[in-house]
Design a binder for this molecule. Structure first.
Ligand SMILES: *[C@@H]1O[C@H](CO)[C@@H](O)[C@H](O)[C@H]1NC(C)=O
Ligand SMILES: *[C@@H]1O[C@H](CO)[C@@H](O)[C@H](O)[C@H]1NC(C)=O
Ligand SMILES: *[C@@H]1O[C@H](CO)[C@@H](O)[C@H](O)[C@H]1NC(C)=O
Ligand SMILES: *[C@@H]1O[C@H](CO)[C@@H](O)[C@H](O)[C@H]1NC(C)=O
Length: 382
C-alpha cells in the first residue's frame, strides 16, 4: 500500500464511546427467565455447515425480533428502498484483494437461517445480551466525529488469539453511533469476530451487533435484528482468513440508513447482499443520523484489558500491509445518500493502550486503498 507519511503519526485521541459500560460503570443486570424463547419457532429445515455449524431455517415472520414487544406493529421491510450511490467512476482495482467467503446457506424462500450457538440454546431471549455490564474494552483504529448516515469499507480478516476459557471477544469491524452525551449512545456495527464463549470455537466469524447503552447484542440476540436474507447466516465462519506475511483476505461490509423507513440496514459482500436491518423502533438516538464512526479493532470482555486478547493479526500497525490488519476503502454515506470519503479534519486515530495495540491512518483520497487504517497488536499474548 502507498503510504502518506504526513499522517502516519500514531496519536492518542479522546476516546469516549466505547468506555460506555467500561470499568467505572458497575451494573449487574438481574437475569429474568421469561417465556419467550428463540427456538419456539417451527424449524422448516436444518442445515449443517462444515460438519459443525447448525442453522435452523425459520419463517421470516416468526424470527426472534418479532417476539419483541417494541415490534408488535412493525411491518417487515424485505428490501431497502434505496442503496447508497457511488460517486466514484474509478476502474476496478488491478490488485484487488480476494474476499474471505461465508458458506452460502440455502434456506427455503420465506425462511431465514439462524445459527445455534451456545447462548441461544441456553438462554431466554430477554436475557441474551445483558452480560456485558462489567466488561473491559480496548480500541485501536480510526474514529470520525461528524454527521454520518452510513459507511462502507473492506475489512481484512484475521484469526486473532482469544483465550478459550475467557468470555472476551476480538473484533475487526466498522461501527456507527449516535452519541447523545458522554456515556449515552446507541449504535450498530458489523465485521469479523473471534468470540469463543459465544460460538464455541476460535474461528473468525461474521457478526453484526446492536449497541444499546450498556448492552452489546450480537446477531439475533435481544431480538434486535430483522433478517431478510435466506442465504447469509449471521455467525458464519470466514474461509480462508489472512495469514501473517502471507495471503490476505477481506470482506466488504456496508451499514446505512434507509432514508424512507429509517431502518438501519447491513449489506455484505461484493454483490451487496442486503442481510437485514435494525428497525427504527430500536433506537433512542439514531432516529435520523449518526455522529460517530469507528473503523478498526476492538476487544471486549471481562478480561479484555487485564489479560487482553490479540487484535487484528496480533501485530502492531507499524508492520504495514500483509502483516498488520487493516480496514481500507473507507467511505461514509452523506445526507444525499452518496458515498464520499470522510473529511480528514473529522478523523482521529484512537489507541487506548499503546503497549498492547496501535493504529495508523493513511491515504486520504489518493491511494488505491482509499482512506485506510492499520491497527492491532499482541494484547497480552507477548
Ligand atoms: C425457565 O423457565 C422454564 C419454564 O418455566 C423452565 O423450564 C426453565 O428450567 C427455566 N430456566 C431457568 C434457567 O431457570
Ligand atoms: C415450511 O415447509 C413446508 C413443507 O415442509 C412448506 O409447506 C411451508 O410453506 C414452509 N414454510 C415456509 C415459511 O417456507
Ligand atoms: C482452544 O480451542 C481450540 C479448539 O477450538 C483448541 O484447538 C485449542 O487447543 C484450545 N486451546 C486451549 C489452550 O485450550
Ligand atoms: C496498558 O497495558 C499495560 C499492560 O497490561 C498495563 O500495565 C498498563 O497499565 C496499561 N495502561 C493503561 C493506560 O491502561
Amino acid at each position: 500500500m502507498k503510504e502518506n507519511p504526513s499522517i502516519s503519526v500514531t496519536i492518542l485521541l479522546a476516546y469516549f464511546i466505547l468506555t460506555i459500560g467500561g470499568k467505572e460503570v458497575k451494573c449487574i443486570t438481574q437475569e429474568k427467565n421469561t417465556s419467550a424463547i428463540p427456538l419456539n419457532q417451527k424449524v422448516n429445515k436444518t442445515i449443517l455447515v462444515d460438519g459443525r455449524d447448525v442453522y435452523d431455517c425459520i419463517d421470516v415472520n416468526l424470527q426472534p425480533a418479532f417476539s419483541h414487544p417494541l415490534l408488535k406493529d412493525h411491518k417487515i421491510q424485505m428490501e431497502p428502498s434505496s442503496f447508497p450511490l457511488s460517486t466514484s467512476t474509478k476502474s476496478p482495482l488491478m490488485d484487488a484483494i480476494p474476499q474471505a467467503q461465508l458458506a452460502l446457506i440455502e434456506c427455503p424462500t420465506g425462511t431465514i437461517p439462524i445459527l445455534r450457538n451456545k447462548r441461544r440454546v441456553h438462554m431466554r431471549v430477554e436475557t441474551i445480551g445483558k452480560v456485558i455490564s462489567q466488561d473491559e474494552h480496548e480500541v485501536a483504529g480510526i474514529e470520525y466525529f461528524d454527521v454520518i448516515y452510513g459507511t462502507q469499507a473492506k475489512i481484512n480478516v484475521y484469526n486473532p488469539m482469544v483465550k478459550n476459557n475467557s468470555k472476551d471477544l476480538s473484533a475487526s469491524w466498522i461501527q456507527i453511533s449516535k452519541v447523545q452525551k458522554v456515556g449515552v449512545a446507541d449504535g450498530i456495527g458489523a465485521g469479523s469476530w473471534v468470540y469463543p464463549s459465544y460460538s464455541g470455537n476460535n474461528f473468525a466469524r461474521f457478526h453484526v451487533a446492536w449497541l444499546d447503552g450498556l448492552k452489546t447484542c450480537p446477531d439475533h440476540d435481544c431480538g434486535a435484528f430483522v433478517q431478510v436474507s435466506s442465504s447469509v447466516g449471521l455467525g458464519g465462519r470466514f474461509k480462508p482468513v489472512s495469514v501473517y506475511n502471507g495471503p490476505q483476505y477481506v470482506i466488504d461490509v456496508v451499514i446505512f440508513k434507509d432514508p424512507k423507513t429509517k431502518n438501519w440496514w447491513v449489506a455484505y459482500g461484493p454483490q451487496n447482499i442486503h442481510i437485514g436491518y435494525w428497525p427504527r423502533e430500536n433506537f433512542h438516538f439514531m432516529k435520523d443520523q449518526c455522529n460517530y464512526a469507528l473503523w478498526g479493532g476492538y476487544v471486549q470482555g471481562p478480561t479484555a484489558s487485564s489479560h487482553s486478547p490479540q487484535m487484528g493479526s496480533g501485530h502492531f500497525a507499524s508492520e504495514g500491509f500483509g502483516k498488520a490488519a487493516f480496514v481500507s476503502n473507507i467511505q461514509i454515506v452523506d445526507n444525499e445518500g452518496k458515498y464520499v470519503s470522510p473529511n480528514d479534519k473529522q478523523i482521529g486515530l484512537v489507541a487506548t493502550n499503546l503497549s498492547k495495540y496501535t493504529a495508523k491512518a493513511h491515504g486520504y483520497g489518493y491511494s488505491h486503498y482509499g482512506v485506510h487504517t492499520y491497527y492491532g497488536g499482541p494484547g497480552g499474548f507477548v
